[in-house]
Design a protein around this ligand. Sequence first.
Ligand code: SF4
Length: 247
Amino acid sequence: MTATLDIDQAATELEHADAADVLRWATANLPRFAVSSSFGADSAVLLHLIAQVDANIPVLFLETGFHFPETLRYRHDLAELLGLRDVRDLKPELTVVQQASEHGGGLYVRDSDGCCAIRKVEPLNRALREFDGWASGVRRGQTSERAETPVVQTVNREGRDMVKVSPLARWSTEDVDGYLAHHGLPRHPLAEVGYPSIGCAPCTRAVLPGEDPRAGRWAGSAKTECGIHIELPGEPVALELRDRSGR
Ligand code: SF4
């Protein structure tokens, strides 16, 4: 049995919906649904929402091997605090040592796109093969590339159409701060000491007062995205889905 999902209509209807309602729509309509999280500065918002909607939803964490120790501790502690039952560490095919052996050390300096392709894009694509859709915490105000992010869209990954959900697309920094404060959620420890956006340690620095919040990511290069949120459009209107038995 298949169901046809009208993504354009869903995107229109959900544009002004609460983030939790967007996630409820996703869990009701996508038989195999996950969320990706960097366990970064703002991640507690989406993960708290996920925990309220369904703590069994798989949470995909890209374990690049280059994270700050604080990120790995936060990933463990936040998952436990929120009661998330299925956090998965997505690992690259190559360990850090193997990558240095095959491509030379410091690939993130010489070819950061290549390093992100190995350590982020490929592992996420591999993990997403078992899902019909996933959510991320992308917000329109974060970068110019994200300014048009729909709340719901079809994207094509590795030749397959799937649904990408961005429940926080409309949220401002103030919305995020307010939500974290209202629910007493802990921030990533580095967010308190000048890191408003946190990725791999070799590619993240603290920002100076007045700098753009993402100025500390790949500082000194033109790169602003690791590649996991650069999407090819999927079919514009409809998506064929398996029924909930997985057939
Ligand atoms: Fe490599 Fe830096 Fe990308 Fe991490 S953010 S995968 S270290 S280039």
